[in-house]
Design a protein around this ligand. Structure first.
Ligand code: ZN
Length: 68
């Protein structure tokens, strides 16, 4: 029996949120973004982004995963 767990979120990570200025639970998902503008190298036209959404303020940020 778990405690009062209303909605179990599978991809939740506690991360720093600049908007909340504190560490808050974020929902994390991976999205493949296809860049609409064709100026960049084709290699960079489709990339996995790590999308995090703050559960407190709802701020949504996408971070390119291939950033070295
Ligand atoms: Zn936040």
């Amino acid at each position: 029996m778990s405690k009062s767990k209303s909605s179990p979120r599978h991809n939740e990570f506690v991360e720093e949120c600049p908007t909340c200025d504190s560490r808050t639970p974020h929902q994390v998902s991976i999205e493949i973004k296809t860049e609409s503008r064709k100026r960049e190298n084709r290699e960079f036209s489709r990339e996995p982004y790590r999308v995090t959404q703050c559960s407190r303020c709802g701020d949504r940020r996408a971070q390119r995963m291939n950033d070295a």
